[in-house]
Design a protein around this ligand. Structure first.
Ligand SMILES: NC(=O)c1ccc[n+]([C@@H]2O[C@H](COP(=O)([O-])OP(=O)(O)OC[C@H]3O[C@@H](n4cnc5c(N)ncnc54)[C@H](OP(=O)(O)O)[C@@H]3O)[C@@H](O)[C@H]2O)c1
Length: 330
């Protein structure tokens, strides 16, 4: 197998753990001898062994070390986090060649893992499928480069652009199938952010109800109220209540909470505040074919369209009777 094919195997292996590794990156590793894979491993679960360690643990220690090459999709760490540095384990393994996909996106640590290996006389190559590795870890890369989480906003809209009925008479705008799709969107993110009125009016649970293992997104409530009724469904898991109207500050504060991505699910006030502050990378709209009419509250002020906020349409398809459209920042 070629170098690119081998890195692709490691990358595919890593992606199996997308929902349980988060907010950590997905990482895969292989040990190769004469072009054949002799051991493999992935970072399976947040807080557990990194991919390199799982791979080295699966390696037959009797194989001649000078014939082995370690492939790893992301630069090995060189610091103590929840686990010891992977660079130390690689050096101790006796392997003398390492091929890396992408460098660590954190500018403070990028290149340090490689340097440690080079200093230990290990032959290091990097940049093999680097952009594919970055794509597979787009939230993790975004957070380290931008010092805040990647923000996706999800809205359900009536055919006439309404968010909800003033009198609260409409419970669901979209079909059960569209709401089921939202569960997967939640599962992908590290946090769900909502606003005080949505929790007050709708009593939503806002967890990810999916039938595969995931790390549940953390719940974040932006509200000035401190006296919340903890019997509301939203409080069935720990909730961070943040009392600040400065969304930029709010998002910066999340960097210390291991949150690389957040899904905003709120009403028009908070959604428009995120959009007006330019704090949204992706917008997902589920649109029903049915209007709400004059009893509705509109998502956007007259003339404010998604395009005006600087987004372009990337994909749309139907889910049951609704249309799902994804927009990304231009
Ligand atoms: N169609 C959909 O996809 C969808 C999704 C969710 C909700 N909704 C509907 O939206 C309705 C509520 O909409 P809404 O616009 O009144 O409320 P909202 O956007 O859900 O929440 C607004 C509240 O968020 C808090 N907040 C904190 N920082 C803020 C900021 N920078 N800007 C604005 N708000 C901030 C405040 O809470 P405090 O007042 O507690 O301080 C504010 O009152 C719900 O009743 C629900 O039916 C629709």
């Amino acid at each position: 197998m070629t170098q690119i094919e081998l890195m692709q195997v490691a990358l595919d292996l890593s992606k199996d753990f997308k929902f349980t590794a988060k907010p950590n990156p997905v990482v895969g590793a292989l040990v190769v001898r004469n072009g054949e894979i002799v051991a493999q491993g992935a970072h399976e679960s947040w807080g557990k062994n990194h991919a390199e360690i799982n791979c080295l643990n699966n390696l037959d220690k009797s194989l001649p070390k000078d014939e082995l090459t370690l492939y790893v999709t992301l630069e090995p760490c060189n610091h103590f986090g929840k686990t010891p540095p992977c660079t130390d384990a690689i050096i101790q393994s006796g392997i003398k060649k390492v091929v890396i996909g992408a460098l660590d996106p954190n500018p403070k640590v990028s290149g340090q893992g490689i340097q440690k290996l080079i200093d230990a006389n290990i032959d290091v190559e990097h940049g093999v499928l680097a952009s594919e590795v970055a794509d597979a870890n787009k939230f993790f890369f975004f957070r380290h480069i931008n010092k805040r989480p990647f923000i996706t906003i999800k809205i359900a809209s009536s055919s006439d652009g309404m968010s909800h009925a003033k009198d609260g008479s409409i419970k669901w705008i979209t079909s059960a199938a569209a709401r089921e799709d939202v569960q997967h969107l939640r599962a992908e993110h590290d946090a769900i952010i909502t606003g005080g009125n949505t929790v007050r009016n709708d009593n939503p649970q806002m967890n990810a109800r999916v039938d595969y293992p995931i790390n549940q997104p953390k719940k974040i409530l932006l509200s000035s109220e401190s006296n919340w009724d903890k019997d509301l469904k939203f409080f069935d898991a720990p909730v961070s209540i943040i009392d600040s109207r400065n969304l930029q500050d709010v998002l910066h504060s999340l960097i210390d909470e291991d949150i690389c991505s957040a899904l905003v699910e709120a009403g028009p006030s908070l959604v428009n505040a995120f959009l007006e502050d330019g704090l949204c990378e992706e917008l997902v709209v589920y649109q029903s074919p049915n209007p709400i009419g004059t009893k509705g509250i509109s998502w956007f002020d007259d003339g404010n369209t998604i395009e005006k906020f600087g987004f372009k349409h990337t994909s749309s398809y139907t889910i049951d009777r609704d249309k799902k459209t994804t927009f990304v920042r231009c």
